[in-house]
Ligand binder design. Structure first.
Ligand code: GSH
Length: 216
C-alpha cells in the first residue's frame, strides 16, 4: 500500500492545517507540491485540475480515496487515524472547537484567498495596496470575534488545555495575518495560543519554512 499523499503548497494555510494533523498523528505521508503562483498557478491546470476541480490545495489521497477540503480531510484523518485525537469528545467542547474552526474556515480564509485577491487586482483594477488593505481588514474583523470567543474558551490551547482542530486552523491563519501585517498586539489570547502551539514538534514540522517547496 502506498503512503498517503498530500498535495500542498508551503504557504497555503489550508494545507498547513492538514500538515499539522498528519504530523501530530505521526502519519507517514508523501508531500506533493503544487505551485499556486508560478505560470498562473499549477492548481488551475491539468493534471491537477482533473484531480481537484475546485483548483485548490490541499488534496489528500489515502489508498483509493481522494479528498478535497481541509475540514473533510481532517475529519477523515480523525476517524481513520484515531491516535492523538484532535476532536474533543465532550459535546460542548466539540461544538466550540468546530465553531472556532468555522470562524476561520468559512469566515476569514475564503475572503483573503489568493483567487479573491487576484480578482480584485486583475479584474476589478484595484492596486496592490487595496488588495493588502482588504486582506488585513477581513482578517482583523474575524480575529476580533475569535479573540472574544477565545477569552472564555482558551487556556494553553484554543479549547482549554487540550490541542484540538481549532489550533490546526488558528496557527496557519495567524501566519497569514502576519503576511498581511495585521496588528497582532490587539489579540493577546490568539498570540498566547499561537506561541504555545509553535513550540510543538507537529507545528514546527508543518511550518511553511520547513516544507520541501519553501522559498524565501
Ligand atoms: N475550503 C478549502 C479552501 C482551500 C483553499 O482556498 N486553498 C487555497 C490555498 S490556502 C488555494 O489553493 N488557493 C488557490 C487559488 O486561490 O487559486 C479548504 O479548506 O481546503
Amino acid at each position: 500500500m502506498n503512503k498517503p499523499l498530500l498535495y500542498s503548497y508551503f504557504r497555503s494555510s489550508c494545507s498547513y492545517r492538514v500538515r499539522v494533523a498528519l504530523h501530530y498523528k505521526n502519519i507517514d505521508f508523501e508531500y506533493r507540491p503544487i505551485h499556486l503562483v508560478k505560470d498562473g498557478g499549477e492548481q488551475l491546470k491539468d493534471p491537477y485540475l482533473k484531480l481537484n476541480p475546485k483548483g485548490e490545495v490541499p488534496f489528500f489521497i489515502d489508498g483509493d480515496v481522494g479528498i478535497g477540503q481541509s475540514m473533510a480531510i481532517l475529519l477523515f484523518l480523525e476517524d481513520k487515524y484515531p491516535q492523538n485525537p484532535l476532536v474533543p469528545k465532550d459535546p460542548l467542547k466539540k461544538a466550540h472547537c468546530l465553531q472556532l474552526c468555522e470562524l476561520i474556515n468559512s469566515g476569514i480564509q475564503p475572503i483573503q484567498n489568493l483567487k479573491v485577491l487576484k480578482y480584485l487586482v486583475n479584474e476589478l483594477g484595484q492596486k496592490d495596496e487595496i488588495k493588502a488593505k482588504w486582506a488585513n481588514h477581513w482578517i482583523t474583523e474575524g480575529f476580533i470575534a475569535l479573540e472574544n470567543f477565545m477569552k472564555d474558551l482558551s487556556a494553553d490551547y484554543c479549547i482549554g488545555s487540550e490541542l484540538s482542530l481549532a489550533d490546526c486552523f488558528l496557527v496557519p491563519q495567524v501566519y497569514n495575518a502576519n503576511r498581511f501585517k495585521v496588528d497582532m498586539d490587539r489579540f493577546p489570547h490568539i498570540n498566547r495560543v499561537n506561541e504555545n502551539c509553535l513550540k510543538l514538534d507537529c507545528f514546527q514540522k508543518a511550518d511553511p519554512a520547513n516544507q520541501p517547496d519553501a522559498q524565501n
